[in-house]
Design a protein around this ligand. Structure first.
Ligand code: NAP
Length: 282
């Protein structure tokens, strides 16, 4: 299994996304079973947010992690930009901790940039880390200019990760954000790595090259898409799976490695960016 280091923890590079989990009572038990199956298969990182179902995802996680040791897991939560200032951040963090049923998060992210000054958010995040409520903090939906701005702030370089949209069909961040992050040793957390089951462009699952590579590896095209996001170091990928079989397939995909020819073939189908593109966001 491919591994990634975040805040000195060596973690399996396939984690668990949780957006929309817990939204429906009819699928809830299956979703809990899917999260547990992923953990039993070897996943350790769970990505949630106060925004997801206004706490429903956090609540589902609290139930799903019951059988496991908290210290074995690495739980990521996110604060909404409107709550990321002195007035609200600690209160929102306390609420999220209560929802998940834990007394600390391993990583707490600013979900995206809003109108509260970044410097104020960093001060609050640092304060929360000193209080022990979070082990580390990071950002999400930050582009290169945002990272550079963050690095200029006092303690801004304590940020341990940036979570951005990244999949075969959305390679824009390879132009200058991933190189900047590698230079500064900031891991990428790749969200929507399956392009939301190829519902964004619809160009992936029917692609012949992708299908052929999947056959080579006795894998599904989704497993190939996922393994591709972690083909290089310093990337954690967080697919969401509400179905147990998908959850296990995703963790297993962490073992797939590609030949140079396969990577070249994929880049011919899904080219790397040749110029700066606006940051893709969902
Ligand atoms: N920071 C941010 O702003 C941000 C934004 C978006 C997402 N995220 C995070 O990233 C996570 C993943 O992104 P996402 O939920 O947008 O989409 P995604 O992971 O790209 O795709 C999820 C979809 O793929 C399906 N799927 C999962 N594994 C599969 C497999 N092995 N074979 C076939 N289909 C499979 C799922 O189906 P089933 O559910 O039916 O299994 C679901 O429909 C989120 O859950 C969230 O934690 C963060």
């Amino acid at each position: 299994m491919k591994m990634v280091k975040i805040n000195h923890r060596n973690l399996p590079a396939v984690g668990i996304g949780t957006w929309n989990l817990g939204d429906s009572s009819t699928t809830r038990q299956d979703e809990i079973a899917a999260v547990q199956a992923a953990i039993n298969a070897g996943a350790r990182v769970i990505d949630t947010a106060e925004m997801y179902g206004n706490g429903r995802s956090e609540k589902l996680i609290s139930q799903a992690i019951q059988p496991f040791n908290r210290e074995d897991l690495f739980i990521i939560d996110k604060v909404l930009p409107s709550n990321a200032g002195k007035a609200n951040l600690e209160h929102r963090l306390d609420r999220s901790l209560k929802m998940v049923g834990t007394d600390y998060f391993d990583l707490y992210l600013l979900h995206w940039r809003g109108s509260i000054p970044l410097a104020e958010t960093v001060i609050e995040l640092e304060r929360m880390q000193q209080k022990g409520k979070i082990k580390s903090w990071g950002v999400s939906n930050f582009d290169t200019a945002d990272m550079k701005e963050l690095w200029k702030l006092p303690d801004g370089n304590h940020c341990v990760a940036n979570e951005d949209l990244y999949n075969l069909d959305e390679r824009g961040i390879e132009y200058n954000l991933i190189p900047w992050m590698n230079d500064h040793q900031v891991p990428l957390i790749a969200y929507s790595p399956l392009a939301e089951a190829d519902t964004i462009s619809g160009k992936l699952t029917h692609n012949k090259v992708l299908q052929e590579i999947a056959t080579n590896h006795s894998a599904s095209v989704y497993q190939i898409m996922l393994a591709w996001t972690i083909r290089n170091d310093n990337v954690l990928t967080i697919p969401k799976a509400g179905q147990k079989e998908h959850a296990v397939d995703n963790v297993t995909a962490g073992q797939i490695t590609f030949t140079a020819d396969e990577l070249t073939a994929l880049s011919q189908e899904f080219p790397t960016p040749t110029h700066k593109e606006p940051l893709a966001i969902i």
